[in-house]
Design a protein around this ligand. Structure first.
Ligand code: CTP
Ligand code: MG
Length: 270
């Protein structure tokens, strides 16, 4: 990644999911949030950050609604659409192909994180420009997390599971998108995903994990509580409240939490 000039950044948006858990009867990125589609909000945040040279969106097969949203958002920064795949990883691969070559860095963003503040995109790109090959936004975990195992025969009254451990919460992070990568490293990682067996590929749940599994260091920058993933009907209600608060104040509704995940990022000299 060149440090002297502005890095050339492409953004992949994955919007090809079906939104089963939201239960709206529409592909999730088409679901209205404050009168516009979830995808329209996601594209607005990316464009407002000013980091993108071009954007490619993976949309569900047969979709025309989201393609129209892409066309409407396309301007100085071109926004193209490609057909997504049957898994999130496949949708990322399709959109990577659609993004084309000649980029220094690529951000992979979930349309479902539609209200991610533009500053989060800026922080990820800044870390890439400083020499990191993989960067993800993260926030501290509020809940105590347990690991669980089946409780075994004869223990059905205990709901079938028992606790096997309690990881140290101070070291846990909830990760968000956009996840940012050196373009060559991400493209190479996705080529290796295509060569993996199905079970191995299914165990890779995000792009950072794919690079981690190949020994690339993944750095954290502060995420934002406003970058919540709209998964359930309750999340959609929260998102509606956030949009309403933003339009009342003209400001992000919640103070961005920068404190506990402000990890250093390597420079080219490191
Ligand atoms: N996604 C995608 N292609 C898929 C599956 C998911 O592009 N085959 C995208 C979704 O559109 C979403 C992001 O990946 O922006 C995260 O996925 P998730 O929140 O699980 O969305 P859905 O798969 O749509 O929801 P659900 O799992 O409830 O069906
Ligand atoms: Mg899903």
């Amino acid at each position: 990644m060149p440090r002297s000039s502005k890095p050339r950044i492409g953004v992949v948006v994955v919007a090809a999911g079906s939104g089963q858990r939201l239960g709206y009867g529409l592909p999730k990125a088409q679901v209205p949030l404050a009168g516009r589609t979830i995808l329209a909000h996601a594209l607005e945040g990316i464009l407002a950050s000013g980091v993108a040279e071009r954007i490619c969106v993976a949309v569900p097969p047969g979709d025309s609604v989201l393609r129209t949203v892409c066309t409407a958002a396309s301007g100085q920064v071109p926004v193209t659409a490609v057909e997504g795949g049957t898994s999130r990883a496949a949708s990322v691969s399709h959109a990577l192909a659609g993004l084309g070559s000649g980029l220094d860095g690529i951000l992979v963003h979930d349309a479902a994180r539609a209200l991610t503040p533009p500053e989060v995109f800026g922080r990820v790109v800044q870390a890439l420009a400083a020499g990191a090959k993989a960067v993800i936004p993260a926030v501290p975990v509020a809940d105590t997390i347990k690991t669980a195992v089946p409780s075994g025969a004869g223990q059905q009254a205990m709901a079938g599971e028992k606790v096997s451990g309690t990881p140290d919460r101070s070291r846990l992070r909830a990760v968000q998108t956009p996840q940012g990568f050196d373009a060559a490293a991400l493209n190479a990682a996705h080529r290796s995903l295509a060569a993996m067996g199905q079970l191995e590929a299914e165990a890779i749940t995000d792009d950072a994990m794919l690079l981690e599994s190949q020994g690339t260091e993944v750095f954290l920058v502060p995420g934002s509580p406003e970058a919540l993933k709209i998964t359930t009907a309750l999340d959609l209600m929260t998102a509606e409240a956030l949009v309403a608060a933003r339009s009342r104040t003209g400001q992000p509704a919640v103070e961005i939490e920068r404190s506990s995940v402000n990890h250093p990022v390597p420079t080219m000299e490191d």
